[in-house]
Design a protein around this ligand. Structure first.
Ligand code: 26Q
Length: 849
């Protein structure tokens, strides 16, 4: 075997063309390197000694893994320092429990947070690679569905950056959210193997293992104490992912649990007897738990598996939290009553609700506390965030399934309910008539269920919504009856997004200009500073720079769209984007019906008239839940409309309709910086907050939207003259729904034309009737236009006409764009997390010296 240099260029035998440059750079471990030359040596060290790859290969893929390992090693030291510091200082800590995290890629973020961008660019250049190119090798960690999961990831970023003593807990799904491909029938789902090779970020903690029990029975002791025994016991093994703060040493952990069976659970005797499946039965049951995010729940087995996942997260995390509390307790005498002074547990929606009875069980059955003491500790520890008012998303678990899987927890939940009912009867007799909807157990004999949201409200010290309007609706509708019982329990914490990932790193061009004009880069950690951009909104010089940065981002986006869809789009057209999970309440159907009407109008124009139209590129992206048929039909419709419009020579220079496949965090990082108009057009009252609206506004993108979720607050912050508002308001919705149900309304001719155009077969022969019929009537597929698409259509089209006009006035448009960014300060997740820390968790910063 020759040296690397001798064999370089010999790509036929699998040897990398780029291996040659490695020979000129010493392979030396410099885990803490900061200089480009040392970083290059360190990366080469990982190429040479990494057991996963041949040292003779140095294609972008190997360069990515070697770079990521070098970055991770740099993080490890500050990560260890952080935990040592937390251990010594022993502050109160927050534990964020979430079934979902949408971390996306980590390399750019980690290098950026270390403030080492330039050094890594240099180092990689020395190695013959380009940082921008190699970051594209990383797979997204997509351990979540949408907004709620991405919020959890933004929150971790802010907790680290604000030096807060905090942990994230989740599950290490083998297959995260599916990869979306578009075929002849529309969306196709493919398992996404994010761990196919390995993740360079996670560290396995072989010494952090906790047993988690399922099924079994309750043993009652002579003393009256109870113990949950028997059943099956699966081990939870910890994998830690570092979460570095921005320009701080503080690096916290996202601890992801994996389910494992032990060697003692492997029946060698059975195996040798040829009974291979039953020999490894517990192993295969353990594997199922973390196999996929949201296993289908159409079957009873599917429901049971989801419940197992939720309990697995709760039980493992709480055992870990209690272990840490006890470990630090040894240093002095500490009472269990002090637990809430050291521990705050935040439930990300009701998915980790089982943390409540599990904490009660651990305190009573394992630690020997009485009910009152355990209840006091639990309720002072736990708080709950609600993310939706949609009735179908409010979790209700079958009592039968729960008794089978978690008998001891069901006893505890029944007792919580019994005591709650007794308290209401004695202290709030006026609420007696409301008790049947307020209590936790719904004992309807047809289908007895446990209402998880009620359990959360009863057991948490604080309940919060995620935008002002949503929190108001929680207090006036969903949880109205509880407000008189606990008037101070309900709070608002308007969501936020991390300005590092969502501006600084995803749009270096715009960031650079902002820093130049503000004469500081501190906006990245103090986003309110963006307000100072207002003074430059009319400056011609600033506007020119702003426009050219946006144009660079649009060009980059156009290239991406060409690469993934084959559609060529014009960077001089208005880039109009709607990206989010596909859901009827989010009304992608309103968007596409608008596009259809626009297409029809363009077709009917003379060539002279057409020349006066504002050219538009409408991009829509998002995944449909696999079993949500109407959402799948919407995906198909968008693709079919695009196929016709984009190849119509008469209109294609005035209108393009593009479905961007496989929307995820890293696709968002390409789309958002290049956007000029984005659509946040849900039926008022239905979108709890939305967070992409904040990302778009921060990137100087104007919003067309309804008065829903955080749109309301965004519009307040950036000014109503910079927001294209339309549609019914939340308080009008119930009346309008009734009117449409009863047919008491005048059909809008433009809306009727758009539907008729689709029905005519202009976009192919696929059966769109179920989709179109949902917009009318009440029989068959008719849903009486529950989402008010028809009602809002005329005001939506009027708002779109105002957009077209505004876009023609370049100066005015750019000014509005600048004012959008300038008004986005409030929507930093640093602000949100500071409020949680102060107003819910009662924790303080704990900065590593
Ligand atoms: C429902 C029933 C049974 C099991 C699971 C579920 C389930 C799963 C996921 C219910 C809801 C979700 C996800 C909700 C979600 O992503 N909500 C979004 O949260 C964002 C962050 O607060 C908000 O900005 C969005 O408005 C909200 O839709």
């Amino acid at each position: 075997m020759g040296t690397v240099e001798e064999v370089s260029g010999n790509t036929k035998s699998g040897l990398s063309a780029k291996s040659g440059v490695l020979a000129k750079i010493p392979a030396v471990a410099h885990p803490l390197a900061e200089e480009p030359a040392e970083i290059a040596s360190n990366i080469n060290y990982h190429v040479q000694y990494n057991p996963h790859f041949s040292p003779f290969k140095f294609e972008p893929e190997q360069a990515f893994y070697a770079t990521a390992e070098s970055v991770r090693n740099r993080l490890i030291q500050q990560w260890n320092q952080t935990y040592l510091h937390f251990h010594k200082a022993d502050p109160k800590q927050t534990y964020y429990l979430s079934m979902e995290y949408l971390q996306g890629r980590s390399l750019t973020n980690a290098i950026g947070n270390l403030d080492s961008q330039d050094a890594y660019i240099d180092a990689l250049n020395k190695l013959g690679h380009d940082l921008e190119e190699i970051v594209e090798q990383e797979k997204d960690a997509a351990l979540g569905n949408g907004g709620l999961g991405r919020l959890a990831s933004c929150f971790l970023d802010s907790m680290a950056t604000l030096n807060l003593p905090a942990w994230g807990y989740g599950l290490r799904y083998r297959y995260g959210l599916f990869k979306q491909c578009i075929g002849k029938q529309g969306q196709e789902e493919i398992a996404e193997d994010w761990l196919e090779k390995f993740s360079p970020w996670e560290v396995i903690r072989h010494d952090v293992v906790f047993p988690v029990r399922f099924f079994g029975q309750i043993e009652v002791h002579a003393s009256g104490s109870r113990k949950w025994v028997g059943g099956e016991v699966i081990q939870a093994l910890a994998y830690d992912v570092p979460i570095p703060g921005f320009k701080t040493k503080n690096t916290i952990s996202l601890r992801l649990w994996e389910a494992k069976a032990g060697a003692e659970d492997f029946n060698l005797f059975q195996f040798n007897d040829g009974q291979y499946e039953s020999a490894a039965q517990l192993h295969s049951r353990a594997q199922q738990i973390c196999a996929v995010l949201y296993p289908g729940d159409a079957t009873e087995d599917g429901k049971l598996l989801r419940l197992k996942q939720q309990f697995f997260l709760c039980s493992a995390s709480l055992q870990d939290i209690i272990f840490r509390f006890k470990e630090r307790k040894e240093k002095g005498v500490r009472q269990w009553s002090e637990f809430p002074n050291k521990v705050a547990v935040q439930l990300n929606d009701t998915h980790p609700t089982l943390a409540i009875p599990e904490l009660m069980r651990l305190l009573m059955d394992d630690e020997g506390l009485g009910w009152d003491e355990a209840w006091d500790v639990t309720t002072r520890t736990i708080s709950y965030t609600n993310h939706t008012v949609l009735p179908e998303a409010l979790e209700k678990w079958s009592q039968t399934v729960m008794w089978k899987l978690l008998p001891r927890h069901m006893e505890i939940i029944e007792e919580i309910d019994r005591r709650f009912i007794a308290m209401i009867n004695s202290k709030h007799p006026g609420l007696e008539s409301k008790l049947s909807s307020m209590c936790i157990m719904d004992n309807n004999p047809q289908k007895p269920v446990v209402r998880m949201a009620n359990l959360c409200v009863v057991s948490s010290h604080t309940v919060n919504g995620v935008a002002q309007l949503h929190s108001d609706i929680l207090k006036s509708e969903l949880f109205a009856d509880y407000v008189s019982v606990w008037p101070t329990k309900f709070q608002n914490k308007t969501n936020g997004i991390t300005p590092r990932r969502w501006l600084r790193f995803c749009s270096p061009e715009l960031s650079h200009i902002i820093t130049k004009w503000l004469k500081t880069d501190e906006w990245a950690t103090n986003l309110d500073l963006l307000a100072d951009l207002r003074q430059f909104a009319d400056s011609a010089a600033f506007q020119v720079e702003w426009e050219s940065a946006k144009m660079a981002n649009k060009q980059r986006l156009a290239q991406y769209v060409q690469q993934v869809t084959g559609v060529s789009i014009d960077p001089n057209s208005l880039f109009d984007i709607q990206v989010k999970r596909i859901h009827e309440y989010k009304r992608q159907l309103l968007n596409i019906l608008g596009a259809v009407y626009r297409y029809k109008t363009l077709k009917e124009m003379s060539p002279e008239e057409r020349k006066r139209a504002t050219p538009r590129t409408i991009m829509i992206g998002g995944k449909a839940f696999a079993t949500y048929t109407n959402a799948r039909r919407i995906v198909k419709l968008v693709n079919d409309v695009g196929a016709v419009v984009n190849t119509d020579p008469e209109v294609s220079s005035y209108l393009k309709v593009v479905f961007v496949p496989n929307y995820n965090v890293s696709v968002a990082e390409k789309l958002i910086p290049g956007s000029e108009l984005s659509q946040h057009i849900s039926t008022a009252g239905m979108e709890a907050s939305g967070t992409s609206n904040m990302k778009f506004a921060l990137n100087g993108c104007l919003i067309i939207g309804t008065l829903d979720g955080a749109n309301v607050e965004i519009r307040e912050e950036i000014g109503e003259e910079n927001f294209f508002l339309f549609g019914a308001t939340a308080d009008e919705v119930p009346r309008l729904r009734k009117e449409r149900e009863n047919g008491l309304f005048k059909p809008d001719p433009r809306f009727e034309e758009a539907k008729q155009f689709i029905r005519s077969g202009a976009f192919g022969s696929y059966d769109y009737n179920p989709l179109l019929e949902s917009l009318e009537g009440n029989s068959g597929y008719g849903r009486g236009d529950y989402f008010l698409v028809g009602h809002d259509f005329p005001s939506y089209m009027d708002a779109q006409a105002r957009v077209d006009e505004a876009y023609k006035d370049r100066k005015r448009w750019i000014k509005m764009s600048i004012l959008s960014t300038a008004g986005s300060g409030k929507f930093s997740s640093d602000r949100t997390i500071s409020q949680y820390a102060k107003e819910i968790w009662n924790i303080e910063e704990c900065r590593v010296p």
